[in-house]
Design a binder for this molecule. Sequence first.
Ligand SMILES: [Zn+2]
Length: 464
Amino acid sequence: MQWTVRLETRTSAGEVTTTELATISRPGVVSTLAEVGLVLAETKTLLAKLQASTLCGQVAEYAAHHRICPQCGVLQPLKDRRTRRLQTLFGTVEVEAPRFKVCRCRQSAPLAEAATISPVCALLTARCTPELERVQAELGARSSFRDGARILEALLPVAPANHESLRARTHAVALQLEAADRQAAAEVTAVRGEPAKAVAADDHRPVVMLDGAYIRAVPGHPVRNFEAICGKVEREGHPTRRFALVRSVAEQPHALLRAALLDQGWREGDAVTAISDGDPALPALVRSATGGPVESILDWFHLSMRVQHVEQVMGGLCALEPPPLVPLDQARIDVERLRHLLWNGHHDKACEALGRIVSWAKEASVLNEPAMGAGAGRLVARCTELRAYIETNKGALIDYGQRCRAGKPISTSRAEGTVNQLVSARMNKRQQMRWSPRGAHRVLQVRAAVLDGRFGHPAIQLAA
Ligand SMILES: [Zn+2]
């Protein structure tokens, strides 16, 4: 059996041409399943030819349209024929890019234009179609550049499909995304000074959850690991917006967060809630992004972890065999109350309790047997740590119970999910993966956009 694929082209002037694209031959009576239907190699060739035919036809029509002088309507003389190459998802296509002499009627204009025009060169503003760039960037953000290139190469007649090209496209798209964020952030700054319409009701206040993640640096980098800040902005009635940045290389770190907030309907002057792990740099970033009021909340999860450390050491002391001679009861009660006190916003009382535990433990370690002494020493260390953490973050401690009962977030645990999605899954998956801060920052921009579903599908601007 034989099939012939013909492409019939009808131009807008009504002219019809037929091009033969491919002939497919198969035994009429097949002997194996593999002979049934099209195979990938044929399909890739067919797609490449279909793309080349339609694209060249379209570009030729475009050139013909622009050959007509816009002022007097006569055909401008052809100067020479050149070619340009355009990379697409369906192969690299060489298109004709004729140059025309500018019509005489326009040459007499006082400001003489360039003597020739090349409409096709003006149309092809990049070496690849936006769609190819977007798909390459998306693959580069989702998988390693090498794997992404292999996937593309396996399925499509795209060329070149190497990892360098994937990396370059991912970086290029990241720069576009970042520039768009900076612009969005700057536009609103320009109208600053207008009175804020109405301060967002507390219930609809955007919540920024921030967390840090460490990425292994490329050899030769001054440090072994560098930090990426990841987070998300949540607001009722809006889809979650993720953002990520490597502070040392982000041009305007606050602009990225600001753009994320604006995307969530936040407006200048509206209050924002920031939940983070106690690193003062994180709420500071939110403050510089909003330039306004920020309610900072210490993440309950990180606080709770430190309480747990105290509880574990105390648990170890209680389990000692034989039981220690010094009575443990009072200290145990204090340790048991810690979580409850902090949960309900009584951090002063929690600090008092910690003080009592520490002085008890110091006494106990002097009076008692060596096994007890080691445990008591650890208890002092853990309690001192927790107390310092509470003191440092005093301004960000709240009545977690009340906030939780109101159904509001109290933890960045969801931001940690973001860290996993953004950083771990792409960057720490394999131990040998090492990054430059710039490379990581750019991949994170695209990855956040891809995961949010923000990655647009721009229409291919080819039709004249
Ligand atoms: Zn003219």
